[in-house]
Design a protein around this ligand. Structure first.
Ligand SMILES: Cc1cc2nc3c(=O)[nH]c(=O)nc-3n(C[C@H](O)[C@H](O)[C@H](O)COP(=O)(O)O)c2cc1C
Length: 222
């Protein structure tokens, strides 16, 4: 019988990649933030206001959820652009539970963990769904996998919003690249595995031009 042309070294390498890959897949993006050092302090969830000093008549809410901080900057940039469009904008974390009744249009955004929005974003969307469905609404995801234009990736990306879309079916949607593998915060094994498998891009992948240009045209009829 012909033996496959695989050296022992190559065989071990393939086996190791497969084992680590299974671990990475099972843990999802969780390995992205497995720090070498002890856990850091919880990430800050600040609020911002934009456009309040102008003659703005419409109040807009940008509510966000984050775990590692990158969605804060995305929400802030979108709020800033909306402020420059002449709206009075509050950017707030879902944890503050902003009342949707105070706003004429609302944008909700969350980091994606485990292929869906963070729990506080889902919980808010469900609890306030009847009020949210009465105003112009837009949703955004900040994530790191399924960023490509290949059909499977697009479908996976769209599926992140399935639970929210079921509650808020008329909302506009956007997907933004967030924070990828941070090599300085990971064990060598994780860095090696992620690089070998090319599972995630590295570093801060936020595309500020894309984020701001969405802010310029989102909910353009309000
Ligand atoms: C525990 C965990 C799970 C993740 N799961 C996914 C995922 O299923 N799909 C994806 O595209 N990105 C996933 N990511 C990547 C994050 O969505 C990405 O790093 C994002 O920028 C995080 O936003 P934040 O910094 O505001 O928390 C995950 C990250 C973590 C830490």
């Amino acid at each position: 019988m012909t033996q496959p042309n695989v050296s022992r070294r190559k065989f071990i390498k393939i086996g190791a990649i497969t084992i680590v890959a299974s671990g990475v897949m099972c843990c999802g993006g969780g390995l992205l933030v497995t720090k070498r050092k002890s856990p850091a302090t919880p990430v800050a969830t600040p609020s911002f206001t934009f456009g309040k000093s102008s003659s703005a008549t419409k109040q807009i809410l940008v509510a966000y959820a984050t775990r590692t901080g990158s969605t804060v900057g995305v929400a802030q940039a979108i709020g800033e652009v909306l402020g420059s469009r002449g709206f009075a904008v509050d950017v707030k974390p879902f944890l503050e539970d902003p009342d949707p009744g105070e706003y004429q249009a609302i944008l909700l955004g969350s980091a994606v963990n485990g292929a869906q929005w963070l729990p506080e974003a889902l919980e808010y969307s469900e609890r306030w769904s009847s009020s949210l469905n009465q105003v112009p609404l837009a949703l955004f995801c900040v994530h790191i996998m399924n960023l490509g234009e290949e059909e499977g990736e697009k479908q996976n990306r769209l599926a992140y919003l399935n639970p929210v879309r079921a509650l808020l079916p008329s909302a506009e949607e956007a997907f933004f690249a967030g924070q990828g593998l941070m090599p300085e915060e990971q064990s060598m094994l994780v860095v090696w595995a992620c690089r070998a498998l090319q599972l995630f891009p590295e570093g801060d992948c936020r595309d500020w031009e894309k984020i701001r240009s969405w802010g310029k045209q989102v909910l353009h009829t309000i």
